[in-house]
Design a protein around this ligand. Structure first.
Ligand SMILES: Nc1ncnc2c1ncn2[C@@H]1O[C@H](COP(=O)(O)OP(=O)(O)OP(=O)(O)O)[C@@H](O)[C@H]1O
Length: 446
């Protein structure tokens, strides 16, 4: 059957089943709801000038319905789409992934009607949130960073886990903080934990706490990081390094919302949103049996890729200038800007350590530069000037491989320098030298 839906002013086309309360609440805000069966509807038509919004209600939606909604969405590019996820909506299917990718905002149950009304009225007025305002710490104008920010904006209000992927130093923790700051949990704690830096025998107790006497040395009860988030956000950095028993406890928390302190079998309710980050390929870790598949699917609900610096085009210069300006606020130095050769070098260099490496190089350059213009040599990047792209990328590949090898080994050795040196058959001094060369700040990484 081909249906044509002609929208009234301020009409929400609702693909699914709104509750009576939802219909009444939106009506009181001046919005009518037109309920449409996604399987039957043929084409959604927009009358010129009508602010028309379609809402993909995925609550209790089976696979057939999900595919039908995804097809609608593809066939109606002039509509603004919103997505409402049910408690049991699994987001792995291609249809749901497509719906999420093309929806302007997401909502979860229980539906926050006030937020929905705000979003609808800003769509009706054609005033999307101003770009940049939400992310004062993310400098960049490239399309790839804009797209990341748009995902952050969509993910923030949705109370579901987020998996952030990206190379080291790209800004994964900054992205997690932005998610927290833009969420309803913003007034509660943001608790960052580097899973790779926790001693294996203490992971359970650090994350979930312990009772007095749980193990030798446990002289008092201790609250774990997840409990201490108390309604806030827990940021689990390097989630791939979590030992298997802690993965099981985390899965239970994500499924049931309860934790057990070490030394107790009493489940305790805990409220925290989990945002996890990884620089390794978790799918491969699952295939290798190092990471639980069921936990991976629980965490991988909303996925955010933070791009490497070398893919951000001119952002590298914007960030460099921003770092220099901040540095000058606290230190006296002559450097004011970057010369042409320095800019070329920054664009050509592959930045294996990403933004963190850029910050280190710019700060060093600000200290050593003799005049107002920073040169490529001040950045220690003279090798990147004048090289053809092929040469630069081969060189960069070697540098990156060395950096990744040392970083991976450090992590596997849990940042024990002697152990790392033994595994790589090099001296401890060489480990330190390579860390310096690749801008690996051991204190920060630990
Ligand atoms: N777009 C950006 N603009 C300005 N500063 C940035 C940007 N992205 C990241 N940074 C800065 O780069 C540094 C590294 O960022 P962050 O610690 O978030 O990276 P990460 O990906 O979590 O690193 P790791 O993988 O080592 O844990 C921080 O000082 C952060 O403030």
């Amino acid at each position: 059957m081909q249906l044509e839906v002609v929208a009234a002013q301020r009409c929400v086309i609702w693909l699914g089943k709104p509750t009576g309360e939802e219909v009444r609440a939106l009506a009181s805000e001046g919005w009518s709801i037109r309920v449409v069966d996604a399987v039957d509807v043929g084409r959604l038509q927009q009358r010129e000038g009508d602010p028309m919004v379609a809402l993909a209600d995925l609550r209790g939606c089976d696979a057939q319905m999900q595919s039908a909604i995804a097809r609608q969405l593809e066939g109606s590019p002039n509509l603004t789409w919103l997505a409402l996820l049910g408690a049991g909506t699994t987001t792995g299917s291609p249809a749901v992934q497509r719906i999420l990718r093309d929806s302007a905002e997401y909502f979860t149950v229980p539906l926050d009607i006030a937020r929905l009304a705000r979003v609808l009225s800003s769509i009706a007025q054609g005033t999307p949130a101003a770009e940049g305002e939400d992310f004062p710490d993310i400098v960049g104008q490239s399309d790839i960073v804009r797209s990341m920010c748009s995902h952050l904006r969509k993910f923030a209000p949705v109370d579901l886990p987020v998996l952030i992927t990206g190379e080291t130093g790209t800004g994964k923790e900054g992205a997690a903080q932005a998610l927290h700051r833009l969420s309803r949990r913003r007034d509660r704690p943001f608790v960052p934990i580097n899973c790779g830096a926790l001693p294996v025998h203490l992971v359970q107790s650090e994350l979930f706490g312990h009772e007095r006497g749980a193990f030798t040395g446990a002289t008092a009860r201790r609250i774990g990081h997840i409990e201490s988030a108390a309604g806030g956000t827990v940021f689990l950095d390097e989630i791939g390094d979590l030992p298997l028993d802690a993965q099981t406890s985390l899965l239970r928390f994500l499924q049931e919302g309860t934790i057990e302190r070490l030394g107790s079998s009493q489940p305790i309710r805990a409220d925290a949103r989990v945002v996890a980050a990884t620089h390794v390929d978790l799918e491969r870790a699952v295939a290798a049996g190092r990471f639980r598949e069921d936990l991976f699917y629980r965490l991988n609900v909303l996925r955010l890729a933070v791009p490497p610096l070398r893919e951000r085009g001119g952002d590298v210069e914007l960030i460099a200038q921003h770092v220099l300006d901040r540095f000058r606020e606290h230190h006296s130095c002559r450097a004011r800007t970057f010369g042409a050769a320095a800019r070329t070098a920054m664009r050509r260099y592959a930045w294996p350590g990403n933004v963190r490496e850029l910050i280190n190089r710019v700060q060093r350059a600000a200290v050593v530069a003799d005049d107002a213009v920073i040169g490529a040599t001040d950045l220690d990047l003279s090798g990147a000037v004048g090289q053809g792209d092929g040469v630069a990328s081969l060189d960069a590949t070697r540098v990156r491989a060395e950096r990744e090898a040392i970083l991976a080994c450090l992590r596997e050795s849990r940042f024990n320098i002697s152990e790392c040196a033994r595994r790589l058959s090099i001296s401890r001094v060489t480990v330190y030298r390579l860390c310096k060369k690749h801008h690996l700040a051991l204190d920060e990484l630990r």
